[in-house]
Design a protein around this ligand. Structure first.
Ligand SMILES: [Zn+2]
Length: 273
C-alpha cells in the first residue's frame, strides 16, 4: 500500500491527461511510488499558451508562484476532518464561490474564432449552463453575443470568455470563482468537444461550468479510492460516484458525465433553491 502522499502526487500528475484519455490507460498511469520534487511536478504539468498551468485535468493555475503554492498545499499533511455529491473548492479554508448577486449574473461570450464550430460551442454552452440553472434559481449564466467578436479575458463587458485552444492535453478547462479576472476563461478544443463518445458537448461544458461555480472533482473524495487531488474542499452532499464532477475513469459509476439529483442538492447548498 502506497502512502497517501505518493498517491496524491502521482494522481495529480497522471490526471493532467485524464479528461482526454478516458479509459483503463488513465488508471495505469497512477503508478508512481514517491512524491515528485517541485521541479519534476512543474516539468510534468502542462502549460497553456498564456503561461497558465493546468492541473487535475482541467483546472488552471495562474503562474509559477501559484503552482508552487499549489504544490506545497498538495503535499502538506491532510486535515483530519475530510470524512464527510458535490464538494466546493476552498481557499484558505473559506468556500470559493460567487456572491448571490454575481451568481445570478454570470456573463460570458463565445469567441467567433471557433469558426465553423462556433454554433456548436454556443449550443453546448447553453446546454451546460442550463444544467445548473435548472437546479438552482440562484444561478444564472447570461450569454452576451455582442462580445463574441472580441471574446478574450481582456473584455470587461463579460465575467468570462469561452475561447478555442488547439491543445490535445484536454477537451476543455475552466477556472474557479477565486481565479483572477485576467485568467478567467474556459478554453475548449472544439474538435474533441464534439467527438468524445458518451460525453456530450453539453455535459462536458456543464462539468467545466461546475468548476466555474466553485465545485471540485468529486473523485478527490477518499470514497473514490483513486484520483485524489488535495484536501482544499468542503463536502456539500454525501459522496456521489455518478456526479457530473466525477471522472468516469476514476471509479465513477456513470459513463456520461450526466447531472445527478445529488449534484442538484449540492448546488442548492451553496446558491440556494
Ligand atoms: Zn474538471
Amino acid at each position: 500500500m502506497k502512502s497517501k502522499l505518493s498517491r496524491i502526487a502521482a494522481a495529480t500528475i497522471a490526471a493532467s491527461a485524464m479528461v482526454l484519455t478516458a479509459g483503463p490507460s488513465a488508471h495505469a498511469q497512477v503508478a508512481q511510488d514517491r512524491v515528485p520534487t517541485f521541479a519534476e511536478f512543474k516539468a510534468a504539468t502542462f502549460q497553456d499558451v498564456g503561461g497558465q498551468y493546468v492541473v487535475n485535468g482541467d483546472e488552471v493555475i495562474a503562474d509559477t508562484q501559484a503552482l508552487r503554492d499549489y504544490y506545497d498545499r498538495m503535499v502538506a499533511k491532510p486535515k483530519s476532518s475530510q470524512e464527510n455529491g458535490l464538494v466546493v473548492n476552498t481557499v484558505g479554508g473559506v468556500d470559493d464561490k460567487w456572491s448571490a448577486s454575481q451568481a445570478r449574473n454570470l456573463t460570458y461570450c463565445v469567441s467567433t474564432a471557433f469558426g465553423s464550430d462556433y454554433n456548436a460551442v454556443v449550443s453546448a454552452m447553453s446546454q451546460g449552463a442550463g444544467i445548473w440553472e435548472s437546479a438552482s434559481s440562484g444561478v444564472n449564466f447570461i450569454y452576451v453575443p455582442s462580445a463574441d467578436s472580441n471574446c478574450t479575458v481582456s473584455n470587461n463587458s463579460v465575467l468570462f470568455s469561452v475561447e478555442p485552444t488547439n491543445t490535445n492535453q484536454y477537451i476543455a478547462r475552466a477556472f474557479f470563482p477565486s481565479t483572477s479576472d485576467s485568467q478567467r476563461n474556459v478554453l475548449v478544443n472544439s474538435t474533441s468537444l464534439q467527438n468524445s463518445g458518451s460525453w456530450t458537448p453539453g455535459n462536458i461544458l456543464g462539468h467545466e461550468l461546475g468548476h466555474a461555480l466553485g465545485f471540485r472533482h468529486e473523485h478527490t473524495r477518499p470514497e473514490a479510492g483513486t484520483c485524489f487531488e488535495d484536501n482544499n474542499w468542503r463536502p456539500l452532499t454525501p459522496y456521489d460516484s455518478a456526479s457530473i464532477m466525477h471522472y468516469p475513469q476514476c471509479n465513477g459509476s456513470s459513463a456520461d458525465l450526466s447531472f445527478t439529483a445529488t449534484d442538484g442538492d449540492g448546488v442548492r447548498a451553496i446558491y440556494g433553491g
